[in-house]
Every structure is written in structure tokens, then in C-alpha cells.
Design a protein around this ligand. Structure first.
Ligand code: MIC
Ligand code: SF4
Length: 640
């Protein structure tokens, strides 16, 4: 039988289930990664599971998100993660070493292995042929403990790349085109596998830009073959020995097919406020720009930075523009410093930021009121940059750099500079910012400062569930809406009670107070509810506020898994028109819940309107047990 690459890797890691799309499968996880903003919860959960030493081939804890030390909170989190990692067999990537996905690709990723990361952009690893999946912290903690990871066997979409990119048309434009075609919910339940002659024209960092931003499709992950290009990249990283060739069988089949002709692709831009709101740069050119941000896990490689430096060299950033640049890793920054490219950037007026997420997650550099900010990042949800009235546009480093000089959105293909960059035969390798775990963890003391509060635990599912509708939200609500993250809130990722005061406030300022007043209740949502980040805070905080069930038209994958792990019932309307017949403060009652949930359908009575709704309960057998137990931790305790 012929297999595509996704199926091959799944088959090699399959522990439970049948590889039929839609079926639940359990796979073995080889590697994990965490970052600091989701990591504290993941390690608190690892500790709660009483696991002494991780059982993966490699687990790495990165510090890259929560980097503005305005108070003791970040520093507390970092200290906790460093000590808990040291104790439990996890490598620790110190602040300054770079963004988790960039560093992992450079230093740790292995073609053909599975990687589970507590960050939605973990699929970056697909750029070197890993099956790399984003998940909530608890799922990652379970995987660190050697537990099986459960997913729905995905459909596989084949994106066939033909031709070759023209100068100034980039990998970012490829993924923006895929987003234009598939939309932010088009990838749910699917893996996107890239093939075709265009693949061999793309370097590993370019492939990683594409798989990284595949997260915005809602896809389980995205993947490229491991070939000569991958070999050269790993060789240049001094890691040739981990390379192996991997590709789909010649007669492999796919569930869907999209073809993109790279010869014809043009520079693209995602307009506010969604990554799939894609336009040609040529159609929006001339837009006055106030801020330009270059970096993030999508576009901060050595290759990207060199192209930017070449465009900036000998020029000056437009007087009305603030240009900030954050190289993705210490490796990248070091190489730019050594070859003079950093000096070119600084001379042109770029403001150099440390290697981390920075403005991408609103950690500083919030734009001015009503400002236009153009970014090489992957998300432009309203308010994510820190300024609700700002308009954020997503585009390539080339478009960003050319526009920073002009002061307006500019089609980069009009630029005459030669920006050819040859991939280095040897990257600068120095892993001195990675602390290996202790030989004997039993002697290591884990330090928990006062910012680190316990996480909430649910109770067994009750047979009668009632409460009020606390909020009704529209389609495509992101976890940035549910649990906003910015410079003010990110330091409190280990403090659920504090975060609770901000839950869903971008949609309704009154939500936290209403939830507290009513002792909890229900959330009503539209399609693709919970897209975006993997942060399980978007489930833990509603749990803390007493939310019992979330009733929506459809869910995004990771958020649904996080709700289940928290023991919150994820329900979908059998008849989506019912969504229109519900009002804020309506009182809902579900009786005989346990039996109904087991049967896969729940009748919800709306007491205020004296009407009934039918809701689907789409859970695997295992998820059902987790929901009945009141969440994953209770389930694990019961099964041990
Ligand atoms: C993001 O890009 O939204 C984040 C911040 O990296 C999140 C993780 C988090 O919320 O901490 C993600 O992508 O999962
Ligand atoms: Fe960090 Fe932004 Fe990447 Fe999330 S998307 S990991 S915040 S750089």
C-alpha cells in the first residue's frame, strides 16, 4: 500500500486506533517543547502527575514569550521553569537563546520524529520533516510523562508547488495564498503536506515559515519532505547524523489537492483582523505605515534577516516609521553581528529587540492609536498588538523592509536591490545557553515564587447542569479574545485568579463580573470557536469562573481539547439556527446529563424561552471518560 509522508510518520508512531480519517488514534511522542507562557501550567501539571523524569527522547523548555521584566512575576516564572526542568530531565533554553520554534528547528528537530509543543506554532518543525503538533500544556505534560497523545486521524491535503518563486516573492506569500484558499478554519482535522517540484527550490527556513503559519489554517500540522535541502541545513547545523530521507510514496493519495504555481505568485498581505483576509500588496500599496515589525517564529531566520539587512543597507528608515527587528535566535543574532548585517540594520535606524516573541504577543511596541502596523508575524487578531484601534497587516520581511524605507506599503518587486543570500555551509553553533538537566534530579529544589498559584480542578460531571447564558459571541473567536495576552497580562499566566478578571473582555467587558455574580453558566459561540493560540488558560480561566459548557457552531481543534482536559462540556448545535434564538441571561437546564452525554446528544432546555435545543457531543470514548471524570487530571488520578 502507498502512503503519503503524514501517514508514514503516523504509522511509525501509532500506538492505538486505526488510521481512518475521523477515527481517534494514539501516537507516541518523541520530543516535546514548552515555552514560558504555557510552560508554567504544563510543569505544574507534570508535578501534579508525580512524574520524576520525562520519558521522551528529548524535552526542551524555552523562555521566549514573557520577557519584559516589569516586576517579579516573569522572573518567578523563569526561575520555576528552570528549576522544575532541571529536576525532571528537561533541557532549559535560557532567555536570550531565542524563540522556541526557531531554536528547535536549528538545534533539536529530527526528521521523521514526532514533536508535541505547548504552542500552536509547533508545526514549524514540519519544515524539516517532523510531525510537529501544537497542544495544551496538559497534553504536553502527559507526553513528557511517556503518555500517548490522542488526536483525530487527519485527512491529508496535498499542496502541490510548481515552478519557482520570483525575486521578492517569498515563502510568506505561499502560506498567505494557502490561507486565502483554505481560510482560517479550512484546515481543521487535516494535515497539509507540500509536494511538487517547487519544494526543492525552498530552503528549510522557507519551508518552516510555511508550516509555522499553517497553524492559522486550524490544521493539525503541516509538513515537507526531508531531502537534500534538509540534509544541507542539518549539516550546516553540525547535526548531519539526524538526517534521513523521507518523502511520500510515488503513488500516494491525498484527500484534497491544491496547486500553487510559484511562477505566478505575487507579494501578498493579510489585512486586519484575520490571517485569511488576504490581498495582493499591489492592490493596497500606498497605505501609510506607522510601524514595521520584523521577526517572530514565522520570519526571523538568518535568511530572512540577511534579506532585510541588504534592503536596509545604506538607507534610512522613513521618518514616520518605527522599525523594530527581533532576530529569531542567538544563532541568527550572532551571525548577523559577525558578518556586519546587524550594523547595516542599526545604521539604517532599526530598533533591535532581543531574540524573543516581543511585539508578536503584545510584549511591548504597542502601536499608537489608529496606527497602521505591518508585521512579518502570523496573527493579526484585533487588539493582539496591544492597541485595539490599530490595524495590523501580515506580510513578508522583504515587503516589510521595503515599506519601512518608503513609509508606505510598497510592492517589493519594484525594489532594485540584489537580495540573493546563499545559505551558509556552516551556521554559528554554540549551545551554551541550553542548560542540560541534572543527572540526579532528586537533589534539585524547585523554586515557586508568589506569582505561581495552583491551577483550578473540576469535579465529576453532574447529572443536572443549569445556569445562565453569560455571553454570546460570533464566528472565529480566538483564544486572544477568550484569554487576552499582552504586556499587562502575560506575566500572570501562572495566576488564574488574576487572569479571570480579563476573560472574554475584548468581546464584553462585563463578562467576568457576570460570570462571578451568577456562579458560572454557559458560553455561546459561532464557528471555529477558540482558534489561534494553544493556551489552556482559555479553558482553565472559564473553569475557574464556573463555566459548565460551551455551546457553539464548531470548535477549533486545540481549544476543544483544552476544554475537555478541563472537564468543560464542548457542545455543538445540531441545528445551527438555534444559535440565533438564544439571548444573554437566558436560563438553560440540562437534565439526565450523564446518560445523554454518553449517547452523544444532549437536549438543552431554555427555561426563559420555554424551548429545547439539540446539541451534539462529539467525543471519542477516551474524551468521554475524561469529561465524566471532570477533566484529565481527575481521569488520570482515577485510572492510576
Ligand atoms: C501565540 O502566538 O498566540 C502564542 C502566545 O505563542 C500562543 C501560546 C500562548 O498563548 O502562550 C500559541 O500560539 O499557542
Ligand atoms: Fe511567539 Fe508570536 Fe510565535 Fe507565538 S506566534 S510563538 S507569540 S513569535
Amino acid at each position: 500500500m502507498a502512503y503519503n509522508l503524514t501517514q508514514k510518520i503516523i504509522k511509525e508512531h501509532l500506538l492505538e486506533g486505526e488510521m481512518i480519517p475521523g477515527n481517534e488514534i494514539g501516537i507516541k511522542i518523541d520530543q516535546t517543547l514548552t515555552q514560558d507562557s504555557t510552560g508554567t501550567m504544563a510543569y505544574l501539571q507534570l508535578e501534579a502527575m508525580e512524574i520524576d523524569k520525562v520519558k521522551t527522547k528529548k524535552s526542551v523548555a524555552y523562555i521566549d514569550h514573557n520577557m519584559l521584566q516589569q516586576g517579579f512575576e516573569n522572573a518567578d516564572d523563569h526561575k520555576y521553569i528552570q528549576t522544575v526542568a532541571h529536576k525532571h530531565g528537561v533541557y532549559f533554553s535560557r532567555p536570550g537563546n531565542g524563540i522556541c520554534h526557531q531554536v528547535h528547528l536549528e538545534r533539536f528537530g529530527v526528521p521523521g520524529e514526532t514533536l508535541l509543543g505547548s504552542d500552536s506554532h509547533t508545526p514549524t518543525g514540519g519544515g524539516i520533516g517532523m510531525l510537529a503538533i501544537g497542544a495544551g500544556g496538559l497534553d504536553v505534560a502527559v507526553a513528557m510523562g511517556g503518555g500517548t497523545y490522542y488526536i483525530t486521524m487527519p485527512k491529508v491535503v496535498n499542496v502541490k508547488l510548481t515552478g519557482k518563486l520570483r525575486p521578492f516573492v517569498t515563502a510568506k506569500d505561499i502560506i498567505l495564498e494557502v490561507l486565502r484558499v483554505m481560510s482560517v478554519k479550512g484546515g481543521v482535522g487535516k494535515v497539509v503536506e507540500y509536494t511538487g517540484e517547487g519544494v526543492s527550490t525552498l530552503s528549510v527556513p522557507e519551508r518552516a515559515t510555511i508550516t509555522n503559519m499553517g497553524a492559522e489554517l486550524g490544521a493539525t500540522t503541516s509538513i515537507f519532505q526531508s531531502d537534500d535541502v534538509t540534509h544541507s541545513f542539518l549539516k550546516a547545523q553540525g547535526r548531519e547524523e539526524v538526517w534521513k530521507e523521507l518523502k511520500a510514496d510515488a503513488d500516494a493519495t491525498y484527500d484534497e489537492m491544491i496547486t500553487i504555481n510559484l511562477d505566478e505568485l505575487e507579494p501578498l498581505v493579510a489585512m486586519p483582523h484575520s490571517p485569511d483576509n488576504v490581498e495582493k500588496v499591489a492592490n493596497v500599496k500606498g497605505l501609510k505605515v506607522n510601524q514595521v515589525c520584523i521577526g517572530s517564529c514565522t520570519n526571523s531566520s538568518f535568511l530572512d534577516m540577511m534579506k532585510v539587512a541588504k534592503i536596509l543597507k545604506g538607507n534610512t528608515v522613513h521618518p514616520d516609521v518605527s522599525l523594530v527587528i527581533a532576530p529569531g535566535s542567538k544563532q541568527v543574532l550572532n551571525m548577523l553581528a559577525e558578518n556586519g548585517a546587524l550594523a547595516d540594520m542599526i545604521a539604517a535606524g532599526a530598533r533591535i529587540l532581543e531574540s524573543g516573541c516581543g511585539p508578536c504577543i503584545g510584549m511591548g511596541q504597542a502601536p499608537a492609536t489608529d496606527a497602521i502596523t505591518i508585521r512579518t508575524f502570523n496573527r493579526n487578531f484585533k487588539g493582539r498588538c496591544g492597541t485595539v484601534s490599530a490595524g495590523a497587516y501580515l506580510l513578508s520581511p522583504e515587503t516589510a523592509a521595503v515599506s519601512a524605507l518608503k513609509g508606505e506599503l510598497t510592492d517589493p518587486t519594484t525594489c532594485k536591490t540584489n537580495i540573493d543570500v546563499i545559505m551558509p555551509e556552516k551556521f554559528f553553533v554554540n549551545d551554551n545557553m541550553v542548560v542540560p538537566p541534572a543527572e540526579d534530579g532528586s537533589k534539585v529544589e524547585v523554586i515557586k515564587g508568589p506569582n505561581i498559584k495552583p491551577f483550578p480542578l473540576n469535579k465529576e460531571l453532574e447529572d443536572s447542569v443549569k445556569g445562565k447564558i453569560l455571553i454570546i459571541v460570533e464566528d472565529n473567536i480566538t483564544t486572544d479574545h477568550i484569554m487576552p495576552s499582552n504586556a499587562k497580562l502575560l506575566p500572570f499566566r501562572s495566576n488564574i485568579p488574576h487572569l479571570a478578571n480579563f476573560c472574554l473582555t475584548p468581546c464584553d467587558e462585563e463578562f467576568p463580573a457576570r460570570a462571578k455574580q451568577n456562579g458560572g453558566g454557559f458560553i455561546i459561540g459561532g464557528d471555529n470557536y477558540g482558534q489561534g493560540s494553544s493556551r489552556e488558560h482559555a479553558a482553565l480561566v472559564p473553569l475557574y469562573l464556573g463555566v459548565k459548557a460551551v455551546l457553539v457552531k464548531s470548535f477549533a481543534r486545540i481549544h476543544k481539547a483544552n476544554l475537555i482536559n478541563s472537564g468543560i462540556l464542548p457542545l455543538t448545535f445540531a441545528n445551527i439556527n438555534d444559535y440565533d434564538n438564544i439571548e444573554l441571561n437566558d436560563e438553560l437546564i440540562m437534565e439526565n446529563v450523564i446518560q445523554q452525554v454518553k449517547a452523544g446528544k444532549v437536549i438543552v432546555h431554555n427555561k426563559s424561552k420555554n424551548t429545547d435545543y439539540e446539541l451534539n457531543v462529539e467525543l471519542s470514548q477516551k474524551e468521554l471518560s475524561i469529561i465524566l471524570a471532570g477533566g484529565r487530571i481527575n481521569y488520570l488520578k482515577n485510572t492510576l
